[in-house]
Ligand binder design. Sequence first.
Ligand code: GDP
Length: 353
Amino acid sequence: MSQPDKMKQGQFSNPETPGYVGFANLPNQVHRKSVKKGFEFTLMVVGESGLGKSTLINSLFLTDLYPERVIPGAAEKIERTVQIEASTVEIEERGVKLQIIVGYIDDQFERYLHDESGLNRRHIVDNRVHCCFYFISPLGHGLKPLDVQFMKAIHNKVNVVPVIAKADTLTLRERERLKRRILDEIDEHGIKIYHLPDAESDEDEDFKEQTRILKASIPFAVVGSNQQIEAKGKKVRGRLYPWGVVEVENPEHNDFLKLRIMLITHMQDLQEVTQDLHYENFRSERLKRGGRLSSHGYILPLSPAYGPEPEEMDKDMILQEKEAELRRMQEMIAKMQAQMQKQGDGEGEGQHV
Ligand code: GDP
């Protein structure tokens, strides 16, 4: 386990401008890799009600404190290419929500599979869930049966990153103990969590060290807050106690910054694992379960007892795809026109999160 005092000063320093997630702050090589092409990224945050999920999302993406933030010039280009969707989901006993979450993840795969097999493969919107922060209560002494059930239900579909909520309610020793316990239980129950890849040998030493620290910090013990508090003459996001301020973005107080750095620097890897492992699993399972690939890659359901011949269905499918593509193009043109109109009016600011 990493000790806060082992942390290099400034290694996880936050960007000076509060108004963006921090892409421009990445080591160059990672930055280049992550933003060259532009992509969509979906983060899901799961856990019991009241554990601080919404607060953490706000803290991560600065969605509450700076509603009218101005994005600095260097980051502007990046902002337009990287879209992050974040959503929080509550879990509850009786498994009702579990089915909904699993169903949602599968639906996104299904949609992607459908689009990927369609005629317009270049403009696929990727709504697959690339990462899931799983919130664990700081009050239990490890994982609850519900946590085990949830993580096992989703671990083959999405990259699970375990997070200990409200770390400020625990002493440093309690945190370390809980972290060890959770890792042991994850191991015992055969739960597969997202493994950060080792830094490649050609990466610079700082990046390698950062990766080591990130790995050693799992499960990240985080603190979130929607408030700005005065600490050492500066306004910081934090939680005020009679004995002092817990600063969200202070790596000596909690793992929030590490979690954020992990997300940003490993965004591309999270996507690749989603594509190469989780989506591939889904795809091959889907093929096994029934259906066959049509000539243009689309999975057809098993032939019904009565119904058109497969070749006929193929033609119908192609026609339907063509119509759908035309519709999409029309919608796109309408959107572009609206966008151009908006820019003409001088309101063309890009949305950040
Ligand atoms: P959600 O239901 O999981 O989305 O939880 P919320 O974000 O709505 O937070 C529930 C309550 O916990 C609120 O009163 C928050 O102020 C508080 N809270 C959120 N994050 C933290 C934290 O890191 N530490 C502490 N002590 N309280 C927190």
